[in-house]
Every structure is written in structure tokens, then in C-alpha cells.
Design a protein around this ligand. Structure first.
Ligand code: C2O
Ligand code: CU
Ligand code: CU
Length: 458
């Protein structure tokens, strides 16, 4: 089994500079045929960008012959630096946001965000992981040796044709459910295994899939100790049997391999696969009978690597959100999939919208006051949708009428909405009418299909 490699680390801490180039490439995923791909600074995906608080001068060049952008998903920067659909970089051009990073340590994500091209271009490779660090992980007792005991894992699922070329042919079902593949990629690699020291290992998951919702667990009943959500650290590790991770979400977990035994990271089936209407209900019953779980990544101890951390840390220093103080507006969002009502496809095309309106670049959907905390009540029908907000972090207050699941109790910027989820959102950063923030479903086919809105903060 090939050994899993990390994306190259692009450390901006010394230089305060970040250089990205969107490039065409060719990638042989299965050892058979090459696929034309795209990436940042390399043929497929991009480097892991490490940054700390302070000024960061970015320079993004586009060497592709169509528009791309770089959205810093999870960075709290103003709209003009956010890299959304209003900030396209034309072929041969560059974009140079002079950013100021100021936020808690976290694992974030970056990807292209051109309206109606996000799904196809992220699929082809324009995405990567990002980490904001404060250099104090030793004090927290956390593994932080990049690629040794601190692994960045970009999770993606893909399809391949019989020659071994990666394919993206959307059927009507793929548009409705979002595109899911049958082959697991971690950091762009198929069938690789990670080699780790005999100790506590940190896994930073980035769900970079177009639509797949993972239900991650370790075999042999070993727990995943959740230490951080989208917005950063929890107060203390929380042992989970299963960690749900929807597109756009990130989570950091610790796994204890100090007994030297290997661990296989697995995922349960995607709850959205075949979940629409009647067909979905029948499938749901079949799924309970047929186990659809699959291997995400085997981890094995390599005795040549010396462990630095051998005990679970107790105090991570994070704080759970408590935004109940002074809540302003309440707004409701319904993530709509049209009026189809049941059978596959019929009458449902073009129905992707929020509150009945498909995304329109020319229309500002909401205006929010800077400094406000708002109550956003988000409802889903037919499928579970990962709801993401740019330029803000939020607290999940209620999920389907109950207290949030453990993995949704920390600071979040993306949350899987199954039925109804209530959020308290804090808006601390500004976005103008020219470069508004987005809120959308992070199933990329849904986002491109119109399940997105935009707002200003001022
Ligand atoms: Cu990760 Cu608006 O996106
Ligand atoms: Cu985002
Ligand atoms: Cu959706």
C-alpha cells in the first residue's frame, strides 16, 4: 500500500506573504491513465497554507484560460478579501488582497468560487487546506509536527472511467443529490495508508467533497477525540464514536495509537444518497440491512517515528460559543429543491433556491449590521444540506428541536441541516454591495444550481 503524503506545506509565518498560482495539470490517480486536472501551485489541489495572526499579503495568479477565484473558507476577512463570486481573476491576471488575519487557531479551507463553475473546478482540483496557528500547540499538549503526528486530510470522493480517468458527468440525479463518487481520495491519493508514530496523532479533516457527507469512525471501537470544529478549539477533547462531516466542514480529532495497533478510519454511507422521497425511504431500509461503510484511511504505526505526545491533553483552551446575550433580527431560510414531491427528477429541475429564490449575482438578499448577533433558522426539505455562511462564525443553538450534536457545539461556519437548525450568528466583518458575502448550501451542485444568497454587512 502506498504511503499517504501530505500536501506541501506553504508556511507564510516568516514571510507574511502568500503566493498561489492556479495551474493546469495532469494527474495519474490510479496508475493507469492521466486526467487533465487543475491545482494551486501543483497539478491537483493546493498546498496546506499555514498562517498566523497579522498582515498577510496574498498574490493569486490565474494561468488557466477561464476565471477562477480563491475564497478563504473559514477566514474572517472583509468581503473585498473573501474571494467569492464577485472577485473573479481573469486568465493571465492576478489578485492581490492585503489581508489582516485575526482569529483563533483553526483548520480552514480554500477553493475557487465562481458562480456556476465552483463544482466542476473544485472537482478538478482547485481547493486546499489552510491552518491558522498561534504557535502554542506544545502548551496545549497537542501534536503539531506537520505530516508526522499532525496530519492534514482532504477528503474527496471521485468517479473514474474504465481507463482510469477521473470523470464528472452530471446526471439529473447528481444535480439533485449532489455528485458522489465511488472512489475515496485523501489528499488526492487513492488507496494510500498513513504511517504515524506510536502515540497520539492529530487528524485535521477537511471535507473537500462536492456533496458527500461522511460519518467517520475508527474500527475496533476506538474513539475519535474531537478537539476542534470549524472555528477552532473546544475547551477539552470530546470522545466520539461517529463524527459527521459534511462538505465544507472541518474537524480536528486525536486518535491514540500508543498501544501500537493499527487503526482503520472508516465512513458510513452518505445519508443523502438516494434519499429523495419514496426511493429514499426504501433505500434507507436497504441501507440498514446492507452496510455501506467504506475505508477512508488506514493508519499504521511506524516505529522509526518517535512519538512526541503520548497522552490525551486535558485543556485545549477553547471556549464554547454563548451568543444568547443580545440577539437582533430573526431570519428564516428554507433550502428549497422545488415542488417535485417525490419521484426522481420530475418537475424538480431548476428548483434549487433559498426562500423560493435562486441565486442572482445582481440581487442583495439581506443587509446585516456590523456587530450584530442574529438568529437564523434554517430549514431543509428532502435532503440534508450543509449550510455555510461567509465572513461569520455561529453557534448552533438547536437541531431538529434538540440540543446540538457534540460536533456542533463549538464555533462553526458550516452546519449540516437535516430538518431545522437554529443558529446564532455573529457578524463582525464588513462586506459591501460590490463584494457581498455568500450564504449557501455547500453541496457544490446545489450552490451552483442556485441554493445561495448574498448579504452585506455594514
Ligand atoms: Cu466553501 Cu462559499 O464556500
Ligand atoms: Cu466560505
Ligand atoms: Cu443542498
Amino acid at each position: 500500500m502506498p504511503r499517504l503524503t501530505m500536501p506541501p506545506l506553504l508556511d507564510t509565518i516568516e514571510t507574511g506573504k502568500l503566493e498561489l498560482v492556479a495551474l493546469p495539470g495532469r494527474t495519474d490517480f490510479l496508475g493507469k491513465e492521466v486526467t487533465p486536472t487543475i491545482g494551486f501551485n501543483q497539478p491537483y489541489l493546493g498546498p496546506t497554507i499555514r498562517m498566523r495572526n497579522g498582515p498577510l499579503a496574498a498574490n493569486v495568479r490565474n494561468e488557466l484560460d477561464w476565471q477562477v477565484s480563491v475564497h478563504w473558507h473559514g477566514l474572517m476577512v472583509p468581503g473585498e478579501h473573501d474571494g467569492g463570486p464577485h472577485l473573479p481573476i481573469s486568465p493571465g491576471k492576478q489578485w492581490q488582497p492585503d489581508m489582516e488575519i485575526r482569529q483563533a487557531p483553526a483548520t480552514a479551507f480554500y477553493h475557487t468560487h465562481i458562480h456556476e463553475r465552483t463544482a466542476v473546478d473544485v472537482y478538478a482540483g482547485l481547493a486546499g487546506a489552510l491552518q491558522i496557528t498561534d504557535g502554542r500547540d506544545d502548551e496545549r499538549g497537542l501534536p503539531s509536527n506537520y505530516g508526522v503526528d499532525d496530519l492534514t486530510l482532504v477528503l474527496q470522493d471521485r468517479r473514474f472511467d474504465s481507463q482510469g480517468r477521473m470523470t464528472y458527468d452530471l446526471s439529473m440525479m447528481d444535480v439533485m443529490h449532489g455528485f458522489t463518487g465511488d472512489t475515496m481520495l485523501v489528499n488526492g491519493q487513492v488507496g494510500a495508508a498513513a504511517a504515524v508514530p506510536k502515540g497520539v496523532v492529530r487528524l485535521r479533516f477537511v471535507n473537500g467533497s462536492n456533496a458527500r457527507i461522511y460519518s467517520l469512525f475508527a474500527d475496533a471501537g476506538r474513539p475519535l477525540h474531537l478537539i476542534a470544529t470549524d472555528g477552532g478549539f473546544l475547551p477539552a477533547p470530546v470522545a466520539l464514536e461517529i463524527l459527521r462531516l459534511a462538505p465544507g466542514e472541518r474537524a480536528e480529532v486525536l486518535v491514540d495509537l500508543s498501544d501500537g495497533r493499527p487503526v482503520t478510519l472508516m465512513s458510513g454511507g452518505d445519508p443523502n444518497e438516494g434519499a429523495i422521497g419514496m426511493v429514499g425511504r426504501v433505500r434507507g431500509i436497504i441501507d440498514q440491512i446492507m452496510d455501506r461503510s467504506f475505508v477512508v484511511l488506514p493508519l499504521a504505526v511506524d516505529d522509526r517515528l518517535s512519538p512526541r505526545i503520548t497522552e490525551m491533553p486535558r485543556d485545549l483552551g477553547g471556549k464554547l460559543p454563548k451568543l444568547n446575550g443580545s440577539v437582533g433580527n430573526t431570519r428564516r431560510f428554507s433550502l428549497d429543491m422545488g415542488m417535485g414531491g417525490g419521484m426522481m427528477g420530475t418537475g424538480m429541475m431548476g428548483g434549487l433556491a433559498i426562500n423560493g429564490r435562486a441565486f442572482d449575482m445582481q440581487r442583495i438578499d439581506l443587509e446585516v449590521r456590523r456587530g450584530a448577533v442574529e438568529r437564523w433558522i434554517v430549514g431543509s426539505s428532502m435532503l440534508a444540506h450543509p449550510f455555510h455562511i461567509h465572513g461569520a462564525v455561529f453557534q448552533v443553538v438547536r437541531e431538529n428541536g434538540r440540543d446540538p450534536r457534540p460536533e456542533n457545539r463549538g464555533w462553526k461556519d458550516t452546519v449540516l441541516v437535516e430538518n431545522e437548525t437554529e443558529l446564532l450568528v455573529r457578524f463582525n466583518h464588513t462586506a459591501s454591495r460590490e463584494t457581498p458575502y455568500m450564504y449557501h448550501c455547500h453541496i457544490l451542485e446545489h450552490e451552483d444550481g442556485g441554493m445561495m444568497g448574498q448579504f452585506t454587512v455594514g
